[in-house]
Design a protein around this ligand. Sequence first.
Ligand SMILES: *Cc1c(COP(=O)(O)O)cnc(C)c1O
Length: 356
Amino acid sequence: MSRFMNDKYASLEEYVPGEQPTDMKYIKLNTNESPFPPSPAVFKAVNDAEIGKLELYPDPECGSLTKKLAETYGVEPENIFIGNGSDEVLNFAFMAFCQNGAAFADITYGFYEVFADLHGIDAKVIPLKEDFSICPQDYMGIGRAVFIANPNAPTGMQLSLEDIEAIVKSNPDNVVVVDEAYVDFGGNSAVELTKKYDNLLVVMTYSKSRSLAGGRLGFSIGSKEITTDLRKIKYSTNPYNINRLTLVAGEASLNDDKYYKDNCQKIIRNREYTVKKLEALGFEVLPSKANFIFARTDRMSGDMLYKKLKENGILVRHFTKERINDYLRITIGTEEQMQALVAMIKKILEGEAEAR
Ligand SMILES: *Cc1c(COP(=O)(O)O)cnc(C)c1O
């Protein structure tokens, strides 16, 4: 760190993204990206004509994409806020709505803690139950902004809409943010509830189910008032937060919904396959509604299995946090990738894998 760094950021613990090594070609099951390319409509939309307009700023209102998202989700454009990845939407939500502090689970998306820390927000970290489920009572009338990933990461487990509604209802004077990054893989969305509760913000991303992690596109659906608050923060930080090419890619992908729905179905099928195979090998796998699974085995430590998989060309995610350091978070990829994973795990557990 330089001697110029502001003291208030000096002790920040940064978010650590999943590794993106380039030393060899890996089967990459560590950052919950889609194994499928963007839809053909996206290839057509991001064309020479669009590149030819890059000398001009993009539309700061994201008007066309906003309208399209509103139609897709059955809400008004005033209910939509678009961010440079949902990480940006979440960051703005932490800035806008956490005057009374924030509350989130001990095991959840790691960025919540980083954002709270970045903005000097008092954070109440609430342990998940022994079985890694969220105890809704812990959040009732909590008197601060609530952040819930649903399905949760890295567990993949889902909280029911009834429980979400009860939490939202019991905190009328604070915003409840439901982060639905993984909702398209079999979860239940709380979007309809945003019409009934002005304190509910549902956050979604193009990075997982829509094959656009590299485009950086996320959005939220919520009441007109809280959406206006997010816009105020955006116009005070980066009005042109979404680049031209991403705007057209995002809009084109909404025109090709069947392509993405089919891909999600494939992921769900591959998830069920992988769970079955790993359970047969003696793994304990948490019930997942996401495009990843969270699994452990008594036969080898999480750390060791992670390392051996990596040596053999398969990347998965391992967390060092004590409560979950025996688990691996495995992104669900193509059928072939999952077959390769299962075969390699089998080989490793039988002591037959050799380091390359
Ligand atoms: C991946 C992820 C995000 C961030 O997604 P981007 O849109 O790529 O910024 C947000 N929340 C959760 C729970 C995630 O897993």
